[in-house]
Design a binder for this molecule. Sequence first.
Ligand code: ATP
Ligand code: MG
Length: 422
Amino acid sequence: ANLLLEEARQILARLQQAGFKAYLVGGFVRDHLLGRPVHDIDIATSAAPADVMHLFPRSVPTGLRHGTVTVVMPVHSFEVTTFRKDGEYKDHRRPETVEYVDSLHEDLARRDFTINAMAMDINGQVIDPFGGQQDLKEGVLRCVGEAAHRFEEDALRMLRCIRFAANYRLAIDEEAWSAILALRPLMKHIAMERVRIELSKTIEGEDPDRGVLLLLSSRLLAYTKEELAWRPFAASDAKERLLAELKLVRMSPLARWVSLFLAGEHTSDEADVIARKLTFTNELRSRIVKSLRMYEHMRRETAADAPLAERDLRRIWCDGAVTYGREAAEILYEVRDLYRTESWHELTVRRMPDWLAEMSVWTPADLAVSGRDVMHLRARKGPWISRLLHELTVDAAMGEAVNEKQELLRLAEDYMRKWDPS
Ligand code: ATP
Ligand code: MG
């Protein structure tokens, strides 16, 4: 982290030697003042992008439209952006034009919140024209300028407001909160991808439970471009209380997402649709859906009357794990509070940790036999092979068969006799 700051200072020094102004800005200053870990540093300068590229041969014009050049230093890269003021906002998203200016103050004035509108010079002196330090001290999140005007310019700032309030445990200033309630229909102008980025930073952030509460009470997600129909964010819902008690903060990021779908009583198919609309990566979407499918599998098989015996339960868990993977099983344990009304809940909570630790076989790939080893059992290849391996996997996972080649082959023959008795 020291090296990061050192390299950033070298960039400032170089720009200043060439006669330009240059400062560390934005998130870095905020996190530095709070003593939080810093992962990147943004730099603002009076130098035009062409000047920056000239001074730093190892640089890439990554965002020329916004005046941003990425400068590559030996260890880290830095976004260096020319001081600018935004032109008129016509579509509640992005300024029509940006204009380069010579004043740091004007550049800070276009930023969204006072805590994000501070700069630091090469000597560590903080420049803070809007009272960001005071707001940090008082624990308030406040817009730079008039809140309603700033949210009208760029509606995404309403979601950013919730993100920063949650991640920095700040109270949202009253003016900003009423502006959100008045202007939330403007969310429909924002690309879903930008929505997803802010939402992910909130849910995967420091205080997701507060984030969820703010999302619920603002209902911002009920006004997005694509209709998410994501209960309970979409409409007032009895699950609100449950959500409020969730303690997502104790969970892994994946378990947090799964919880939000379970709390909304969404099927895996519905979750899949919502995750697509939100432009989640395919990877995240499929991990969420697998956990939900395993949950549905459990519910389906236990819908019948009597309480389950431990053995039956284990069988379902093993089968689920083989089909949906170890991670899905672990997530279901992590989100156990969400299904505390299910009949199998208590047994699951009591036995799952041991079982997760003991189980050595999770997928057919973990077996001591492969498809090749069992192929000779029938004249033709076919889906029976994967079905057979699945059964063997469950048996080994259950601890009912030793994961050893001879024993598994014997067992395989038993299955085949059972399946075609002729
Ligand atoms: P982090 O990187 O930790 O998520 P950050 O403050 O760096 O936090 P970014 O989204 O990376 O947040 O934005 C960098 C800076 O650019 C912000 O601190 C803020 O000053 C400014 N900024 C970003 N988005 C907007 C916006 N929509 N409106 C106004 N200013 C913005
Ligand atoms: Mg940043």
